[in-house]
Design a protein around this ligand. Structure first.
Ligand code: ADP
Ligand code: ADP
Ligand code: ZN
Length: 212
């Protein structure tokens, strides 16, 4: 199963991708997670990406395309994958099409998580993420078992620097300009499944799973 999660920042892509990954035993590939890890480790990639991420801009296409191209070659991708946060521009979508064409594979579904803007803001402003494994929690909607501590790895929960209010509005603007056009792109290819996502996490998951 090869899936793409589309949706605004904070829509719940990572949350649903993680559940799908656990249920179907296929990797969740999140370009945001990979980039944040590189920033934490201070690698060349991280140094390059940091200023873009901190200002709510997209990291340049060639950089993220390279990341995904490498990651899709890993052994664990043989039975499928879930892309979370990629593609985010038409250039990235075209590049993905070319990659898949080369290995004679195709995408099964593109799930577009539709969430009202005021709900998006609530989700982003209350998000807390595990410092070590990046799992997302929420201070009202998705609490960890132990306050401030990640359920799956025991790591510390922090607020991402780009989830602060100043950066959120820029990210939403960038989403509308650069990423929203992908909805039409995948609709025209007959791959898009719209998922009304103004609901709780498990309801959304059920709706997604009904396609699989
Ligand atoms: P969210 O899902 O909350 O928008 P992500 O973790 O997916 O956040 O992304 C965080 C940041 O990482 C983005 O604002 C952007 O700077 C960078 N990024 C992640 N994925 C991509 C991508 N596919 N193309 C360009 N930049 C990306
Ligand atoms: P994205 O990957 O699209 O940026 P996340 O999966 O990180 O989004 O979710 C953003 C925030 O909203 C997180 O704090 C998460 O716990 C919370 N969240 C995710 N799905 C829902 C939902 N259906 N209802 C309420 N909160 C949610
Ligand atoms: Zn963790």
């Amino acid at each position: 199963m090869r899936l793409i999660m589309l949706g605004a920042p904070g829509a719940g892509k990572g949350t649903q991708a993680k559940k799908l990954s656990d249920k179907y035993n296929i990797p969740k590939i999140s370009t945001g997670d990979i980039l944040r890890e590189a920033v934490q480790q201070g690698t060349e990639l991280g140094i390059k990406a940091r200023t873009f991420m901190d200002s709510g801009q997209l990291v340049p296409d060639d950089v993220v395309i390279g990341i995904v191209e490498d990651r899709l070659k890993w052994d664990d991708c043989r039975n499928g994958w879930i892309l979370d946060g990629f593609p985010r521009t038409l250039q990235q979508a075209y590049a993905l099409d070319r990659m898949l064409e080369r290995i004679k594979m195709s995408v099964d579904y593109v799930f577009n998580l539709e969430v009202d803007e005021d709900e998006i803001i609530k989700r982003l402003s209350g998000r807390r993420s595990c410092e070590s494994c990046q799992t997302a929690y929420h201070i009202h909607f998705n609490l960890p078992k132990k306050k401030g501590i990640c359920n799956s790895c025991g790591g510390r929960l922090i607020q991402r620097s780009d989830d602060r209010e100043e950066t959120v509005s820029e990210r939403l603007k960038v989403y509308k300009e650069r990423t929203e056009p992908l909805i039409n792109y995948y609709m025209e290819q007959g791959l898009l499944k719209k998922i009304d996502s103004n609901e709780d996490i498990n309801k959304i998951f059920e709706k997604i799973c009904s396609y699989m």
